[in-house]
Design a protein around this ligand. Structure first.
Ligand code: ATP
Length: 358
């Protein structure tokens, strides 16, 4: 049985004549962690606001548990939003902030106190109820904002870059905590970020967004290992993009001519045959050095960053290729001639139709 909790059905939205969402569709299952990932201005927040009822779409429908809620006001929707700026009431204690919406619902005071206590424990802030927001760290404030959303027991929690204001270490810690809470409570999360690592770490599925469209919706592994477009390949994990011509397609393994050599690629029903042009996405960690075959290249430079050694290579056709290795130095120096290749399963054909917009 389908357990779809949220459905976006061909949502369109314009602001002042400029179209920002072009028929966005998405189906989210109960208990799923779905991330909208994309660069600034691609339409993530607008999509979230439409789900929350804070914006009305020009066309399309928002369904919650199969019921059309497109015209319903925010308070009638079983969703809550956590914003990046926390939006806590500065003059209220932590407990009052968390219990505010329950008070509006006229819940009895003892019941509110019990629910607030439970929410404080969930976000590991037991004992912080009497503090004022100004007396908390950024991470603690964000946890109060999450607790405040959780007391409403929403079917769907919308989180708009909730960790954006935190430093890297706290961010990593909060990522784990959020994921734990989501699993523990069986909540459905729609999470916005432009940090691809965060999306890959936390999500059950990622919707990669570009210029008001979902370019690919899939598991982190699908999006990372099998990017469908060159935009997705570049945005998630910064892949090399290599253009060439198919020499043969033998049972799904392509031989591709490019940059003065031949390399293999995997064609899962890609429909490519001899003579067709093809664009491949290859992750830098999958670029291998070989003694014969492959394609000739010249080492441009080696840099070390974030525990990875990056080797920039110039191909004969002028394109640049990046190879990366974990923390180990390899005996290559700038100006040296090498040959590079990869295994077929690590090179996938990608669609370049959106490339002009990158
Ligand atoms: P960011 O990561 O920077 O928050 P985003 O992907 O969330 O970006 P949106 O906030 O959804 O992007 O904005 C999408 C586009 O719509 C942008 O070009 C933005 O300028 C425009 N836009 C958003 N809200 C409005 C508004 N109320 N009026 C006019 N234009 C808007």
């Amino acid at each position: 049985m389908s357990d779809t909790i949220l459905e976006l059905d061909h949502i369109e939205k314009s602001f002042g004549g400029t179209s920002v969402l072009h028929g966005v569709s998405l189906s989210v299952q109960h208990g799923e962690f779905v991330t909208l990932l994309g660069p600034s201005g691609c339409g993530k927040t607008t999509t979230l606001r439409i789900i929350a009822g804070l914006e009305t779409p020009d066309a399309g429908r928002v369904l919650l548990r199969g019921t059309d809620m497109t015209a319903a006001p925010p308070e009638k929707r079983d969703v809550n939003t956590v914003f990046q700026n926390y939006a806590l009431f500065p003059h209220m204690t932590v407990a009052a902030n968390i219990g505010y919406s329950l008070k509006l619902k006229k819940m009895p005071r003892t019941e509110i106190a019990a629910q607030v206590q439970q929410a404080l424990e969930l976000v590991q802030l037991d004992g912080f109820g009497t503090r004022m927001p100004a007396e908390l760290s950024g991470g603690q404030r964000q946890r109060v904002a999450i607790a405040r959303a959780l007391v409403n027991r929403p079917s769907v929690l919308l989180l708009d870059e909730p960790l954006g204001a935190l430093d890297l270490q706290l961010r990593r810690q909060m990522q784990l905590e959020l994921k734990r809470l989501q699993k523990q409570l069986g909540l459905t999360f729609i999470y916005i970020t432009h940090d691809q690592e965060e999306a890959l770490n936390m999500s059950d599925r990622i919707a990669v967004m570009h210029e008001g469209r979902f370019e690919q919706v899939g598991t982190p592994a699908e999006v990372y290992d099998r990017p469908r477009t060159s935009f997705v390949a570049r945005f998630v994990g910064t892949a090399n993009i290599v253009k060439g011509q198919v020499l043969q397609n033998e049972e799904g393994i392509l031989t591709v001519h490019t940059a003065g050599g031949q390399v293999p690629a995997l064609c899962c029903n890609c429909g490519k045959g001899a003579g067709d042009g093809v664009t491949l996405a290859v992750r830098s960690e999958h670029v291998e050095f070989c003694t014969e075959g492959g394609i000739p290249a010249t080492v441009k430079e080696k840099t070390f960053a974030g525990g990875m050694l990056r080797i920039s290579l110039a191909l004969e056709n002028g394109d640049e290729l990046v190879a990366s290795r974990h923390g180990i130095d390899i005996a290559l120096s700038a100006g040296e001639g090498v040959r590079v290749t990869w295994s077929a399963q690590n090179a996938v054909p990608v669609d370049t139709h959106t490339e002009a917009q990158v």
